[in-house]
Design a protein around this ligand. Sequence first.
Ligand code: FAD
Length: 475
Amino acid sequence: MAENIGIKVTNIGRRIFLKEGLAGIAALAVAPSLTSCESSSKKEIVNSAPVAGSYDVVVCGGGPAGFIAAIAAARQGMKTAIIEKYGFLGGMATAGFVTPLSVFAFKGDLVIGGIPWEFIKRLESMGGAFIEWPKANVDFDIELYKLLCQRMVREAGVDMYMHSSLVGCELEGKKVTKVFIQNKNSFEALECKTVIDCTGDGDLAHMAGVPMQENPDGEWQPSSFCFVLSGVDTETELLNKCMFHNGINGHSQCKVVREKLLQLKEEGLDLPDFGGPWFNNVLHKGSCAVNITRRATDSTNNRDFTEAECQLREDIFTFVDVLRKHFPEFKDCYVSATAPQAGIRESRRILGVHTVTGDEYVSGYHYEDSISRGIHPIDMHASKGSGQIRVDLEQPAYVPYRALIASDFPNLLVAGRCISTDRQALASLRVQGSCMGTGQAAGAAAALSVASGKPVQDIDTSTLIETLKNWGAVL
Ligand SMILES: Cc1cc2nc3c(=O)[nH]c(=O)nc-3n(C[C@H](O)[C@H](O)[C@H](O)COP(=O)(O)OP(=O)(O)OC[C@H]3O[C@@H](n4cnc5c(N)ncnc54)[C@H](O)[C@@H]3O)c2cc1C
């Protein structure tokens, strides 16, 4: 549940903050914009937060769901803002070094079209993407990805609030009227007609009090800290085989390395749990992005995540030592970059009007309000050990609009990893192509809600679907 920090509920609404936001508010006491540290109460700081802008649509989080949602809303003529805690867009692609972007096609036919595919084709034309048909997994250059995201968002006329953390919101009933951000300017407010939560962790929905999926055993898929390894002989047969994800060369997981690591473990080498490993193409000879580390953590608990991230950083160097010692292609390798943060596979998800279940998903169930698709296997990484369960889909699955909204919250949508799914459906829908697909739908739906003056629960979904199809979405 959202935490009320004791700021009085007034007749203009409730103001709600993330637990971590409290530290931010305290820190504001020393911000130069305030006249006296001692006399500034939390309430005064909140009340005096300057309104930095008033928007039709505010998108929180600039990952694959968020930046596509912002473009979609802005292209519908909405005054749109995007809030992102880093100084660049892309989410796990650029802040987690998660590659490839999965999956855009099934047997060579596009499944995720429209703005997401426009982004991929444009990245390809810049030399920043390599599309692996027939699944259309997309390898990419991390820096060109950042550049193109920012270009497309700016071309659409979206106002960017970068280096800005979402720390709270104001509600009138269940309507979000303002979101609060913190950055070097100060503590600021953005007024909003609609909001789209694309934070991955569902931060805004959580703050606003949207009910979340239950997780009684506290079991999450593990986090992995990805990194770029350079000085690698990427021309060898071993790496040529496992650096591609087209399903033609067999599993992208590097079996030879995996078996060696398991053998070393069995022989008594003290190795941490690992996944894969996957050595991923970053479009530069001699380098690859590596996904090997694995630790269970709750990314919504700051202390837990910090501890896991520190351990994972240690693990990176442990594994790189082993690679150097045992595989000629890695003998001169070095860590040229660790991702800005450890990657998060699973955390909070809303309890939406409809929750997509694994059974519906695997059966390819078509809903009347289907607004996006998914075709990645159900891909569940074990939180302990090196195991992983993968179930390939026989046909592309669908996502209903109702999974992007909660009952009673008239102007709040979510997209990406925090939509309403059970753990099985999430294990496929969490991939970046699918997150872009739900982002596109959420952006278009927010625009429709503002234009029609209707709550997000009452918009005309056939008009939404028509809009998405006109953009090239494959529904
Ligand atoms: C190790 C690993 C391997 C994976 N492998 C693949 C793969 O092979 N292929 C694939 O397609 N997908 C893969 N995924 C899944 C995929 O990367 C994510 O599920 C996907 O990026 C989620 O997209 P999103 O937009 O919902 O959230 P994110 O990508 O997490 O983006 C959220 C954005 O919101 C910002 N943000 C969060 N909170 C706040 C806040 N309070 N204030 C301001 N900004 C905030 C973040 O900085 C980020 O930019 C993998 C994930 C992991 C962790």
